[in-house]
Design a protein around this ligand. Sequence first.
Ligand SMILES: [Zn+2]
Length: 412
Amino acid sequence: MSTYERNYLLERFLNYVSFDTQAKIGAKYSPSSPGQLKLAKYLAQELQALGLKEINLSPNGILTAYLPSNVMNAPTIGLIAHLDTSPDCSGKNVNPEVIVNYRGGDIALGLGEQFISPVMFPFMHQLIGKTLIVTDGTTLLGADNKSGIAEIMTALSILKNSEQAHCNIRVAFTPDEEIGLGMQFFQIDKFPCDWAYTIDGGAVGELEYENFNAGGATVTIFGNGIHPGYAKDKMINALTLACEFQQLLPTDEVPEKTADKQGFFHLNRFVGDINKVELHYLIRDFDSDNFEQRKTFLINAVAQFNQQKDLHKPIQLELQDSYKNMYNCIRQVPQSIALADRAMRECGITPNHKPIRGGTDGAWLAEQGLACPNIFTGGYNFHSIHELISLEGMESAVQVILKIVELAVEKD
Ligand SMILES: [Zn+2]
């Protein structure tokens, strides 16, 4: 990449993170914050200047555009990144610092009250000699996902100024990924692609196309509150019953004891009093049969509990599904994985095929039938003041994007 493009990549990134686009938890409409629409409008102008076609900004802040191929009979590949930043950490007045030629060791953030250290984050050893962009310790950086936007924009800008053959490209910048809201307003019929990629992963080489099947369960337990002085044989303490119920669940199948492709039950909220308790669980599993078995396990546990306890009011169970493993869709479009894998190798990057222990916009798209693996951005420690990214990692992402759209038109 030329020095000019490299500087421009950094400049774009620093510009995009200056927009406060933090998503708001509990929002019903998207975009959940005005900054996201502001950034989308700004990007629409940039896409216009780059000569893209069919630029459309929906009232929900979804920005799409089209770059037709410069060869005949080329496939169409989508490139997607999200506008919002996490509600977990402020994204207002982001004041990034650029460290040229990182020498190793601790990095003091801002005034030095916060720092990031390779002791806590061993991956920092691999970043020695690179140009790092860090926060001032008061906000997140917003590399999740503004690096993805800057990488896509830079790839488009390079394509515009070169003769390189490339496939048709559809671009989408979407709001409210972090709160799982933006995609609900995405009109997939207006985004016809053979497949797509989100540019929303972490370390260089990451290639993700499997995520949890996800659901939730609410167990409601009823008690009978009596004055404790006269409670003998009368009081039913819903809190005690709830603790007993929780003992029925496998103690090793919890987030804090699982990794890779292991699933879990996660008790993430326990609310109530003697009269009534609600236990809220997250259910997660990569395998859809195991996921169904987890739900059956809860159904049986509730039935068994009701039978053994002879309660005045049986406990209740409510189950909901949230999202599905996107691999169910992506495995039918294996070329989407193969192409990204090959592009990385041709750029000298070893692909790291990795399951996502969470959900993504790609999971939503997969349910609508659009295969959408996730590619790295080069960033680390998302959603926190410790977030950082290397300029070299961002360059690698641009190169992989360019290689993908180039290889896609190759005839075999
Ligand atoms: Zn993200």
